[in-house]
Design a protein around this ligand. Structure first.
Ligand code: PEP
Length: 252
């Protein structure tokens, strides 16, 4: 049984004090509403300490949105996995399309980050997804296959329990466009079959696959009702309690 997993990627939004105030109200709401899903929030690096403090005692996972592809050294402006672990952060989002698009992260770079995070014992949310051009030209499956095969290269079968996949069609991120629940389910099914081919059907069956791309209170129920959709990675609608609470309590 895959436990639903809903995550909020704050991107470069909310200052440390704004983030801490919101996270404290989220922790309070979670204590009251007791959502059945696993909940994660990913603030910016500088907000992490204040947010960790604000959610102390709750089950909310605080993750990083990225990390360096090196352990330590002369890499100005980077944040290492060890630094995150030292703060108490055990989960990292890797390969987000904005990292791929704006910061030139290739599947190979993302793979080295995945391997590094796993070697440190961290949990990884690995993002994959196609652009509109790739979808329109019939390359959806080729793109997902490449992103999974290269992104997971040298990841051992026993490490796969540390991996969550987030399927995020690039054309649906921050655009208000959402893949239909049927489109999302078909892509997730393909991801699961690709993971089954690389590893095994039992690893694929246990793999949690989140959908991301303009998820909101109004569409989360229909997406989560699909067999292969096990959660959501939410951007814009994760930035306020008003929008995020109905998403994480979608089944109430
Ligand atoms: C995201 O950043 O991962 C995302 C899906 O953003 P949004 O929900 O705003 O489309």
């Amino acid at each position: 049984m895959r436990r639903p997993y809903i995550a909020g990627n704050w991107k470069m939004n909310l200052t440390p004090s704004e983030g801490a105030a919101y996270a404290a109200s989220l922790a309070e709401a979670v204590a009251k509403e007791k959502p059945s899903c696993r909940i994660m929030i990913a603030p910016s690096f500088v907000s992490i300490p204040a947010v960790l403090e604000a959610v102390k005692g709750s089950d909310i996972i605080v993750a990083a949105q990225n990390m360096a592809d090196h352990l330590a050294g002369a890499y100005t402006g980077e944040v290492s996995g060890q630094m995150l672990l030292d703060l108490g952060v055990k989960t990292v989002i890797l390969g987000h399309s904005e990292r791929r698009q704006y910061y030139g992260e290739t599947d190979e770079i993302i793979n080295s980050k995945v391997l590094l995070a796993l070697s440190l014992g961290m949990d990884v949310v690995l993002c994959v997804g196609e652009t509109l051009e790739e979808r329109k030209s019939g390359n959806l499956e080729n793109v997902l296959k490449r992103q999974l095969e290269v992104g997971l290269k040298d990841v051992k079968p026993e490490q796969m329990e540390k991996i969550t996949i987030a399927y995020e069609p690039v054309w649906a991120i921050g655009t208000g466009e959402t893949a239909t629940p049927e489109d999302a389910d078909a892509a997730h099914k393909f991801i699961r079959s690709t993971v089954a081919a690389i590893y095994s059907s039992s690893i694929a069956e246990n793999l949690v696959i989140q959908y991301g791309g303009s998820v909101k209170a109004g569409n989360v129920k229909a997406l989560m009702a699909k067999e292969n959709v096990d959660g959501a990675l939410v951007g814009g609608a994760s930035l306020s309690l008003e929008q995020f609470l109905p998403i994480i309590t979608y089944d109430k």
